[in-house]
Design a protein around this ligand. Sequence first.
Ligand SMILES: *Cc1c(COP(=O)(O)O)cnc(C)c1O
Length: 285
Amino acid sequence: MSSIIQKASPERIAEIRESLAEIRSRSRRGFFLETFSRTLVAVSKYKPSADILACYEDGQRDFGENYVQELVDKAKELPLEIQWHFIGTLQSNKAKLLASIPNCTQSKRCPPEKAANALNKALPANRTVPLNVLIQINTSGEDAKSGLPPLSLSPSIPSSSPSELHKLAKHIITSCPKLRLHGLMTIGALELSLSASEMEKNADFERLKETRDALQGWLQTEFGSQTDVEDKSWRWGDDNTGKLVLSMGMSSDFEAALKAGSDIVRVGTGIFGSRKTREEVKATS
Ligand SMILES: *Cc1c(COP(=O)(O)O)cnc(C)c1O
């Protein structure tokens, strides 16, 4: 640690711990967060390092940030044991900066090929493990959301006409040896997560799952089944299973997401409380 972080006030520390405990217990309730090695990412964008430290001292290790510079600044002053998840859209001109963080395990929302190439190139040659990347899928089809269109299981796409997603996945696997295609992520439509009742299925989550299954099947046809690989040196997917993972679920819908099979949930407000908007942050800096 290069600088000493001022600790949060005792009241703030107590508040964060209480929220974190609640999110953890709600995640575990029936969904076995820990048993199935699912990951809770505490999204700390716009929140001070002191807040992150309070969570860290309570045992939380995975944190998510949306902006490369903010992540770099925080990573410098916070413990190396933290696993940083970059969950913003990566621009290729920021790839070098992101690649310089040794304890960044995941870059979410892997963007088009250009940024993937830039990230692959910028990662140090002596890196022993590949950087996990997830491709963002626009499951709700909203214009304001970035991401590639989802796939459907049927009719199956002939390998002669691969979609953008097929092409990007293949590109990462064949041309970016320092990256590992870990899985897919989505930011669903808020209305869907608020309206979906206990019984109803959330359409965004179902679409991401279907896209994952379709892509997984296609990759197996393209590259052969990974289950034949003995030493688990899979070419994509999770270290343990070789399957593409799903990152879906935020403060408003993480329980439903876990129930739907999410491997990674990203919770910000639920842990740290409400935050400023990007515009408000810009106006004050
Ligand atoms: C901000 C953010 C989150 C956390 O959202 P909350 O609603 O505060 O839980 C999750 N994922 C992404 C990609 C985000 O940008």
